[in-house]
Design a protein around this ligand. Structure first.
Ligand code: ATP
Length: 467
């Protein structure tokens, strides 16, 4: 195969360049100079993203006996965000550089020098902590050490809905997290589907946060999508289920083909007052290292209790056998799809040497690859090759959907283009296909090896290899 062993020269810079070059991710509103913290998924990116979503939905709805899917509206009654604590407590500590106005997230900057800021700290205590380390706090943009005082900055994004000119109307919020829709529909699901506890609800949805400093490409953005599950259990029956969920989520990342060495669990040191336990799954990103891709939280009865209090509606569950009423405890998993997309890309990115030339190759699992098969006529100016290749392309497209036809440039260049987007198989029609009825060649992305396959067997062979 290759002279040089595959390496992972996947600095964030290389990865971002590849995402742009090959149509995976574009800067949001790019022709207007861009909008910080917003990205658009291009034609290749949306396919990869949808494949990640499909795998998550399968694992969390279809492969489970007691999980239900949901898709709730993004706008919610303003009281929802009061009940959840977001209008008051969804804040990050911020300071601003006096020289260039760059804003920093104080807790994250302190963490870089090994100082932990407790989430529950008052603004005054945070200022004292920040003041004690001011001479180590360097502005990431201009390098100066001159910051304003720390203040709490609310991350909710406000907007208006309907007749917002009338007096007394109040703003609504874009969702700061996707999971609230599940709590709001808990009673609906219980009343209409009569599930027995324990059961879970899974939903994906957009979230918006006024992040102080969006950074690290898709890692910290102002608009992103979350995939959440909430598992409802009897009070105090949380421990075993929590451990099972942690294991299950770990396995899902492995099922995407992610290198286990690049994953780790990290337990939260500081828990919010109602939580029993909280762990993050982290991925070792190029350039900035290990950071959170998913949170797994043991939240007790906090969420439903709050909504019961604020809405005045009884959200207790009635045990069908004992008629005992109780507020279920919740075990939550919350994953950022953009962060997982980035982890999958970083993990798949390799540089190796094939046929004496260095190439970039995305070793994506076939089930995630945005294009499954590329079909080529060996030469574009030979009508019989083009005709046969078009025929094969049509057959394969019907079977596999994400199939492309390419007759542009020499065959080596076409292979390189497909390697860079992670296409697992390239099918080439050559003179032997036509003259000797010798079938087509199927080239494997990772080894570069080619095999002749008869036209009759082609679909079945590819289907088997696609798993
Ligand atoms: P962080 O500490 O990094 O700000 P968080 O603990 O606030 O994250 P959660 O509120 O638990 O994150 O959200 C669940 C998941 O949503 C995270 O694990 C992450 O994958 C994703 N997420 C959160 N904030 C962002 C963001 N600004 N951009 C992209 N994904 C995000």
């Amino acid at each position: 195969m290759s002279k040089k062993e595959a390496t992972k020269e996947n600095s964030m810079e290389n990865l971002i360049a590849l995402c742009k070059r090959r149509g995976f991710v574009y800067q949001g509103s790019e022709i207007y100079g861009g909008l910080a913290g917003v990205y658009d998924f291009g034609p290749r990116g949306v396919e990869l993203l949808n494949n990640i979503k499909a795998s998550w939905w399968k694992a969390n709805v279809y492969d489970k006996e007691n999980y239900y899917g949901l898709d709730s509206g993004m706008f919610k009654h303003p009281r929802v965000w009061e009940a959840s604590g977001h209008t008051k407590g969804f804040v990050d500590p911020m300071a601003e550089c006096r020289k260039c106005n760059t804003r920093i997230r104080v807790d994250k900057e302190l963490a870089k020098i090994g100082v932990a800021a407790d989430e529950k700290m008052s603004e005054k205590d945070l200022n004292d902590l920040f003041d004690a380390h001011r001479n180590e706090m360097v502005c990431p943009s201009c390098g100066k050490k001159d910051f304003t005082a720390v203040r709490a900055f609310n991350l909710l994004v406000k907007t208006n809905l309907g007749d917002f000119t009338s007096a007394g109307s109040e703003p609504v919020y874009l969702p700061g997290e996707a999971c609230q829709g599940i709590y709001l529909n808990f009673k609906n699901i219980v009343d209409t589907l009569q599930p027995s506890i324990p059961f879970g609800v899974a939903q994906m949805g957009k979230a918006f946060r006024n992040e102080i400093s969006p950074r690290n490409f898709l890692f910290r953005t102002r608009e992103f999508e979350q995939a959440d599950t909430q598992f409802f259990v009897r009070p105090n029956e949380n421990k075993e289920a929590y451990e099972a969920i942690k294991k299950d989520r770990w396995q899902w990342y492995l099922s995407l083909g992610i290198d286990e060495e690049k994953l780790r669990f990290k337990q939260h040191e500081h828990l919010v007052f109602y939580a029993k336990d909280a762990w993050d799954i982290e991925y070792d990103f190029p350039t900035f290292g290990f950071d959170e891709i998913e949170g797994i939280h043991d939240r007790t009865d906090y969420d439903l209790t709050q909504h019961m209090k604020f809405s005045g509606i009884d959200l207790r569950y009635t045990d069908p056998k004992t008629v005992e009423k109780y507020i279920p405890w919740i075990l939550e998993t919350s994953m950022g799809l953009g962060r997982v997309f980035l982890a999958v890309m970083a993990d798949a990115y390799h540089e190796d040497e094939l046929g004496g030339k260095t190439r970039v190759v995305l070793r994506l699992s076939p089930k995630l690859a945005p294009v499954k098969i590329a079909v080529f006529p060996l030469l574009k100016n030979k009508p019989q090759l083009v005709e046969k290749a078009s025929e094969i392309y049509t057959t394969l497209k019907k079977e596999f959907g994400a199939v492309v036809f390419d007759d542009n440039g020499n065959i080596g260049k076409r292979y390189r283009r497909q390697d860079e987007i992670g296409t697992p198989f390239c099918v080439t029609v050559d003179f032997e296909t036509i003259e000797k009825h010798a079938g087509v060649t199927v080239r494997d992305r990772d080894t570069g090896g080619q095999e002749r396959v008869s036209e009759k067997e082609l679909v079945d062979k590819l289907r088997v290899s696609m798993v």
